[in-house]
Design a protein around this ligand. Structure first.
Ligand code: NAD
Ligand code: DAU
Length: 359
């Protein structure tokens, strides 16, 4: 059984924390591996939360290190100290709206940070190769937003769709994808890249569409739908993404990219209606009226109209398929947020303190 000792970057964020739980939980059985160490390097920005990892507090396989991926010395130290044989790179500034308000941090973390990490991995991989070890892998986790915006009848994004990023976020991710590609071709670093659509599920910071809307429905607040609500996104339950990331890391062809998606295109307004219905079904006492809550607000500048993912390749080559439907995943998600009000309240409190400069 292969033993994986993995550096996960951004493992206190939404997908990262779900990935850490997956790696130390179901992954061993589902992929026939052992995961003897997960070193979780996270800067703990507003989006990173220790509380998302609380259930691992007594698990000796997990180490959370507060630090920046731009700190090459720290990365080199961790790789060597724990004799790691994989990096799963998720650390990023990830919110499109924030990249419009203040783009610089996106360039620093997503582009410069990815460069620093790739370069530290290059040096480390060379050392291991010289010692006869050839099992190192670098998984670069990216987004479908690098491909730009589709018209209503355009075919879905495939791995060969030309890049056309439209926001500072997607441009910084596109740049990082190109760096990852260049490190394979120039330095033979064993990198695999994935490009995924919109994730939803537990532990998502409540400024993204799903958790934001769920919270507001529970509290009876107005639901701010951008523009006319007909922008289309493809939705994937986060654990399905984590399974795909693990497969790509273990079995992906070096230098290849794999699209991951939920085969589930929906207009934003449809998602919002589905969430209201799901909250009403779980909490009939609330009985929220969509007409009272939904408000159409000023659109996001440069708002991409439609994303759609063709994920045939990862299905054909690695045997990946989403296991959750939108309905089953969304109901689980709504139930999770209803059951974890304390998780939301704690991060809201921490966020307010950060804004006031007291944390
Ligand atoms: P997130 O914002 O919830 O989490 C990002 C994590 O990275 C946070 O814990 C944060 O503290 C950490 N971080 C930020 N800057 C850092 C730095 N300089 N050094 C170390 N840690 C740092 O993001 P997410 O939604 O979990 O996304 C994770 C990755 O997946 C990102 O690369 C994103 O581009 C990609 N992705 C996200 C989605 C989605 O729907 N959320 C879809 C496709 C791809
Ligand atoms: O497609 C993958 C991307 O999905 C990831 O790369 C990003 O990291 C992730 O944040 C997500 O980006 P989006 O911009 O699609 O996600 P967000 O949740 O911000 O918005 C989803 C859609 O909902 C989008 O069309 C904008 C709209 N929206 C969002 C918010 C926060 C609203 O209508 N109202 C809102 O209040």
């Amino acid at each position: 059984m292969a033993d994986r000792r993995i550096l996960v970057t951004g493992g206190a964020g939404f997908i990262g924390s779900n990935l850490v739980h997956y790696l130390l939980g179901k992954a061993e059985q589902e992929h026939g591996i052992t995961v003897s160490k997960v070193v979780n390097l996270d800067k703990l920005t507003y989006a990173g939360n220790r509380s998302s990892l609380a259930s691992l507090a007594d698990d000796p396989r997990h180490v959370l290190v507060e630090g920046d991926i731009q700190n090459s010395e720290l990365v080199a130290f961790l790789l060597r100290k724990y004799n790691l044989n994989a990096i799963m790179h998720l650390a990023a500034e990830s919110h499109v709206d924030r990249s419009i308000d203040s783009p610089e941090e996106f360039i620093m973390t997503n582009f410069v940070g990815t460069f620093k990490l790739l370069d530290a991995a290059r040096v480390y991989h060379k050392e291991r190769q010289a010692a006869g070890q050839s099992d190192f892998r670098f998984l670069h986790v990216s987004t479908d937003e690098v491909f730009g915006s589709l018209g209503p009848s355009d075919p879905a994004f495939s791995e060969t769709t030309p890049y056309a990023p439209n926001s500072p976020y997607s441009a910084s991710k596109a740049g990082s994808d190109h760096l990852a590609r260049s490190y394979v071709h120039t330095f033979h670093l064993p990198v695999v890249t994935t490009n995924c659509s919109n994730n939803y599920g537990p532990f998502q910071f409540p400024e993204k569409l799903m958790p934001l809307m769920i919270q507001k429905v529970i509290r009876g607040e107005k639901l701010p739908v951008y523009g006319d609500g007909s922008n289309v996104r493809d939705w994937l339950y986060v654990e399905d993404h984590c399974r795909g990331l693990t497969l790509a890391m273990l079995k992906g062809e070096i230098g290849e990219t794999y699209n991951i998606g939920g085969k589930c295109e929906m207009k934003n307004i449809e998602v919002v209606h589905a969430l209201i219905n799901a909250v009403n079904a779980e909490r009939p006492d609330l009985n929220r009226d969509p007409a009272e809550l939904i408000t159409f607000v000023k659109d996001r500048p440069g708002h991409d109209r439609r994303y759609a993912i063709d994920c045939t390749k990862i299905g054909r080559e690695l045997g990946w398929q989403p296991q959750e439907t939108f309905d089953s995943g969304m109901r689980k998600t709504v139930r999770w947020y209803l059951d974890h009000a304390n998780w939301i309240e704690e991060i809201e409190r921490k966020y307010q303190l950060q804004r006031l400069g007291q944390a």
